[in-house]
Write a protein that binds this ligand. Structure first.
Ligand code: SF4
Ligand code: F3S
Length: 104
């Protein structure tokens, strides 16, 4: 599966949702997640993300993100259409430690 990681937090560009053939993105206040049981591993979302937030879980070291994507995709609503990112999205692009700072 692919997973959404730290880099999405506070950026939420949502380019990813437009290309996913199985509509498996879910939206929280500060980030999106992928439902790993729905993702078909096509990989088309990865290069679409301007924040480079989407990675294949085969990359290693992403267990915590896999867990987070699994947990929240079961709780948050599905998102299938691109929308405007937050006004300050570009300011948070590439910022370190966003999980600890903003995710609750
Ligand atoms: Fe959707 Fe494909 Fe990305 Fe999985 S890898 S989330 S199926 S676009
Ligand atoms: Fe997040 Fe990138 Fe999608 S910033 S909303 S994973 S396009």
């Amino acid at each position: 599966t692919y997973v959404v990681t730290d880099a999405c937090i506070k950026c939420k560009y949502t380019d990813c949702v437009e290309v996913c053939p199985v509509d498996c993105f879910y939206e929280g206040e500060n980030m999106l997640v992928i439902n790993p049981s729905e993702c078909i591993d096509c990989g088309v979302c990865e290069p679409e993300c301007p924040a480079e937030a989407i990675l294949p879980d085969t990359e290693g070291g992403l267990e915590a993100w896999l867990e987070l994507n699994t947990k929240y995709s079961a709780e948050w609503p599905n998102i299938t259409e691109k929308k405007d990112p937050p006004a300050d999205a570009d300011e948070h692009k590439g910022e370190e430690g966003k999980l600890d700072k903003y995710f609750s």
